[in-house]
Design a protein around this ligand. Structure first.
Ligand code: NAP
Length: 282
C-alpha cells in the first residue's frame, strides 16, 4: 500500500505553532533576566518623587529598605507602632546619611487602628509632600506552626489587620496623590507562602494574607498601568529576621541587608528549586 506524504502546509502550520509556543517562554525568560540582573536601576527620586513611606521600618526587611531608600537620596516617612524604635531608626538614618535625608515619624499601631483612621492619618501626614514610593512592608506571622483552630483570636485579627487591611488603606490614601502627579511606585511585601510555589499548612492565615496582597498588587497594577504608577508585590523567601527567627544567612536564607555578593547565584538556585518543587507538589 502506498504511504501518503503529509501535506506541506500542514507540516508548516504545525511547526510554526510549535515555534511560536517556544518563543513565548523564551522571550519571557530573556525579559526576566534583563529585568532582574541586567537593567540599570532607576533614579527613584527623579523617576517617582522625593519622599518614601516605609511601614514596619523599625526592624528586619523594612529597616533595611529604609536605609537603602535613604542611600538613594529619598526622604523618609517612617511608619511604626513603637515611638522609641522609630526614633532610634530615624537617628541611625540621620547618623549614616546626614541632614540631606529628612525623616518624619508616624506612630500608628496597624493592628489596633481602624482602616479609615489609618487612611486619614496617612492623608494628613503626606499632605504637601512629593510622595514617590510607598512600601507596605509591616507584617505579622505566627510564633510557630499551628493548626488553624489553635491560633489565638488576637493573632488572627492582628495578621488580617496588619498584613492585608493596613496595606489596603494606606494604599487608598496614597494612590490619589500619585495619580494626580502621574508617577509613583508601590511595593507590597508578599511572601513565598502565598501559594505560587506550594500550599503552606500550619501558617494558613499568614499565607492567605499574603495571597491577598499578591492578587491586590497584580490587579491594582493593571488598573493604574496607564497613570504612571508602578505597583508590585515582592516575594521574599526566607530572610533572617525577628519574624522568621533565623539568626544566620545560608544558601537559602538571606540577611535583611542591601544586596551583597552571591545574590545572583542564590536567586537562580532559589528560582530553579522553587520551580522544581512547584512542579512536583502542586
Ligand atoms: N523574614 C522572612 O523570611 C520573610 C519572608 C517573606 C516575607 N516576609 C515579609 O516581610 C515583611 C517584613 O518582615 P520581617 O521578616 O522583616 O519581620 P520583622 O523583623 O518582625 O519586622 C516587622 C516589622 O513590622 C512592624 N510591625 C509589626 N506589627 C505592627 C503593627 N501592628 N503596627 C505597625 N508596625 C508593625 C514591626 O514593628 P516592631 O519593630 O514594633 O515589632 C517591624 O518593624 C513582612 O510583611 C513579612 O510577612 C518576611
Amino acid at each position: 500500500m502506498a504511504t501518503q506524504t503529509p501535506d506541506f502546509m500542514v507540516i508548516f502550520v504545525i511547526s510554526s505553532l510549535g515555534f511560536i509556543s517556544l518563543c513565548k517562554p523564551l522571550l519571557g525568560f530573556i525579559k526576566w533576566v534583563w529585568a532582574i540582573f541586567l537593567r540599570p536601576p532607576k533614579n527613584l527620586r527623579d523617576h517617582y518623587g522625593s519622599w518614601a513611606i516605609v511601614t514596619g521600618c523599625t526592624d528586619g526587611i523594612g529597616k533595611a529598605l529604609a536605609f537603602q531608600l535613604a542611600s538613594e537620596g529619598l526622604n523618609l516617612l517612617l511608619v511604626g507602632r513603637n515611638p522609641l524604635k522609630l526614633e532610634a531608626t530615624a537617628d541611625a538614618i540621620r547618623e549614616r546619611f546626614g541632614p540631606q535625608v529628612e525623616t518624619r515619624n508616624v506612630v500608628v499601631d496597624l493592628a489596633k487602628t481602624s482602616g479609615e483612621e489609618i487612611s486619614k492619618t496617612m492623608e494628613g501626614v503626606i499632605k504637601g509632600l512629593d510622595i514617590g514610593v510607598l512600601v507596605n512592608n509591616a507584617g505579622l506571622a505566627y510564633e510557630g506552626a499551628r493548626f488553624f483552630h489553635e491560633v489565638d483570636s488576637e493573632v488572627v485579627e492582628g495578621i488580617i489587620k496588619v498584613n492585608t487591611e493596613a496595606a489596603t488603606w494606606i494604599t487608598k490614601a496614597v494612590v490619589p496623590v500619585m495619580a494626580e502627579k502621574k508617577k509613583g511606585a508601590i511595593v507590597n511585601m508578599g511572601s513565598g507562602s502565598y501559594g505560587g510555589f506550594c500550599s503552606y499548612p500550619l501558617y494558613t492565615i499568614y499565607a492567605a494574607s499574603k495571597a491577598y496582597l499578591t492578587m491586590f498588587s497584580r490587579s491594582i497594577n493593571l488598573e493604574y498601568k496607564n497613570t504612571g504608577i508602578d505597583i508590585q508585590c515582592h516575594i521574599p523567601l526566607f530572610v533572617a529576621t525577628k519574624m522568621a527567627k533565623f539568626r544566620r544567612s545560608s544558601l537559602f536564607i538571606r540577611l535583611a541587608k542591601p544586596a551583597c555578593g552571591g545574590l545572583v547565584t542564590r536567586s537562580i538556585c532559589v528560582c530553579l528549586i522553587g520551580r522544581i518543587l512547584r512542579s512536583v507538589w502542586c
